[in-house]
Design a protein around this ligand. Structure first.
Ligand code: KG4
Ligand code: ZN
Length: 360
């Protein structure tokens, strides 16, 4: 039985390695998770440069594998399989992870499994570790809102391998919208956390006024679960374009709070609609944007008022990480699946990965 896997995630700019397994008392247990974040490397370019991301993966990955095994106190004899994100993502970045995973599998005589990165995000609410216990009453079926710099999707998660795409962004991802807005008002990349920080009341500052600027809530009343953030971005650009630089500086907190409120209103409204449509009272919010303090408050408030259990996993399992990849592999290995050593990276998901007319 495969009860412990080494997992690798290199689909975008984070290099991440984890050892995930189950013991007699712990299920879905993360023995160790180590990641190298490249934000500082890419920030001078105002976005992720794929070639630089892949080169850094080649430098960071093997040292991280060693470090992760050391941290986990688990040696190769206890590792029963190798998991790797094989799609979707940046092809050059994926190639580094997939090639390394294949080599490790071959060298150690272990089975290999290629994992869909988005599926991995969906199973994050089950992960536990030494300092965090996943809620024991959370299980399939549930709705998942995956919001990051690269994706914004709503899924109906019915069970392992049964994921219906309810809706997705038609243009920018929510994190991308935060980042573009942040750039517009001069906050650098990635700007999402800075927008959150400026909008939030803290340390004597009152925080921003979310009502000062009225930004549009795209598609909020539309009878579907799709998102669109390009109109909101354009509206913000118009407002900011008409302001003097000194006014922008003086109104930064209000601008950030107003923009953030618009994004979060739409995300929570669609999440609520998706739960109603699916008839479930369990939901997970995951992806890097789930770090947003306003989104957390609004989602939890809606959860309370509607009797919906909302799980927001710890941030280390929401941002891109190898632990979630390891969990998918553990489940799929146990279901008898395995990938051949001819596994290839793919930039996109496959049609069979997700159900629903909107799957992409
Ligand atoms: O999941 P992630 O680490 O990487 C991928 O994009 O896959 O997500 C990063 C994204 C960035 O767009 C970043 O600006 C956004 O998540 N983000 C936030 C916050 N923290 C991270 N956006 C709004 N508020 C935050 N607190
Ligand atoms: Zn991701």
């Amino acid at each position: 039985v495969i009860d412990c896997v080494l997992a690798i995630e290199t689909s975008c700019d984070d290099t991440s390695v984890a050892v995930v397994g189950e013991t007699q008392n712990r299920k879905n247990f993360v023995h160790a998770l180590v990641s190298a974040n490249q934000d500082l490397v890419h920030s001078p370019f105002g976005g992720i440069v794929p070639e630089i991301a892949s080169r850094n993966h080649t430098q960071y990955l093997l040292p991280l594998v060693d470090e992760c095994l050391k941290m986990s106190n688990i040696d190769w004899s206890r590792i029963k399989g190798i998991a790797v994100t094989s799609r979707p993502g940046l092809l050059g970045s994926l190639l580094v992870g997939v090639t390394t995973a294949k080599t490790l599998a071959f060298a150690h005589g272990l089975p290999l499994l290629g994992v869909n990165h988005l599926e991995a995000h969906l199973l994050a609410p089950f992960l536990s570790d030494d300092t965090y216990e996943a809620p024991s009453d959370f299980d399939y079926p549930y709705v998942a809102l995956a919001v990051s710099g690269g994706h914004t999707q709503l899924y109906f998660v019915k069970g392992l391998g049964q994921y219906e795409v309810l809706g997705r962004t038609l243009d920018d991802a929510a994190g991308e919208a935060f980042d573009k807005f942040a750039k517009l008002v001069g906050l650098g990349f990635p700007g999402g956390p800075k927008v959150d920080q400026l909008a939030r009341p803290a340390g004597g500052s009152a925080g921003g006024d979310p009502k000062r600027f009225s930004f549009p809530r795209p598609l909020i009343r539309e009878d579907n679960f799709d998102f669109s953030f390009s109109g909101l971005k354009a509206a913000a650009a118009r407002v900011v374009g008409e302001m003097k630089p000194s006014d922008i500086q003086g109104s930064l907190a209000d601008l950030c709070a107003s923009f953030q409120e618009a994004v979060c209103d739409v995300l929570v409204a669609k999440l609520a609609a998706a739960c109603e449509h699916s008839g479930v009272s369990k939901a997970v919010v995951t992806g890097g944007v789930s770090a947003n303090s306003r989104l957390r408050v609004m989602a939890q408030a809606w959860g309370q008022s509607s009797g919906t259990q909302i799980v927001v996993p710890p941030l280390r399992y929401c941002t891109d990480n190898a632990a979630m990849v390891g969990l998918v592999a553990l489940r799929r290995f146990q279901a008898g699946e395995e990938s051949p050593l001819t596994l290839r990276p793919e930039a996109r998901s496959r049609p069979e990965d997700f159900q629903g007319a909107r799957s992409r």
